[in-house]
Design a protein around this ligand. Structure first.
Ligand code: ZN
Length: 188
């Protein structure tokens, strides 16, 4: 497969920020770890490999021009509402796909368990459909966007601060994608 990994944000766009952490840095580490695992078996391209700003249209164009088979955008979530007293903090992972994209759903299903293991005690928020995310709407191949957890959830924030943890998430993502590919070939 030709796979495009898309670490969100970068450069002048730090993404979500909480305390000393920037989403752009976290997801780049995840994407690089995912790349190093995936490229043993697949052709993998990244939309950015350093802390640079890449417009959404360029990210989509990289995947469309290359004729990628899969586009995976990697993000961390943030909960903009101040936590009301007594209300639990937002937490957990979620996967977004474009509506009625059955292959995207197959990929999301294959990686769901691996994604869910990022924070085993925080429940997986589910696979959700949206037609509002640019990179899902304009890519011409199966595509998904993963919110790997909440940068402003205190437990997930602490985990994201650890470079080893970020790499582990990248590897888990790769394992999920590899599982999808195996299933497609009828090996599972
Ligand atoms: Zn983001």
């Amino acid at each position: 497969m030709k796979i495009v990994l898309d670490p969100g944000h970068g450069g002048k766009d730090p993404g979500a920020m909480f305390r000393a952490l920037r989403e752009a840095d976290i997801v780049l580490d995840m994407a690089l770890a995912c790349l190093s695992r995936l490229q043993l078996w697949h052709c993998v391209a990244l939309t950015r490999t350093s802390d640079v700003y890449v417009p959404l249209a360029d990210r989509v164009q990289i995947a469309n021009w290359w004729g990628a088979d899969l586009f995976v955008s990697i993000h961390t979530n943030a909960d903009p509402d101040p936590d009301a007293p007594g209300m639990p903090e937002a937490k957990g992972e979620e996967i977004w796909i474009y509506p009625d994209s059955s292959t995207s759903l197959d990929v999301a299903n294959a990686i769901q368990d691996h994604v869910d293991s990022f924070f085993p005690d925080h429940h997986f928020r589910g696979i959700k459909e949206t037609d509002h995310l640019y990179v899902l709407k304009h890519t011409q191949m199966p595509a998904l966007l993963i919110e790997t957890g909440f940068i402003d959830n205190i437990n997930e924030h602490t985990a994201f601060a650890n470079p080893l943890f970020r790499r582990r998430i990248g590897v888990q993502l790769a394992r999920g994608i590899l599982l999808y590919d195996k299933g497609k070939q009828g090996a599972v």
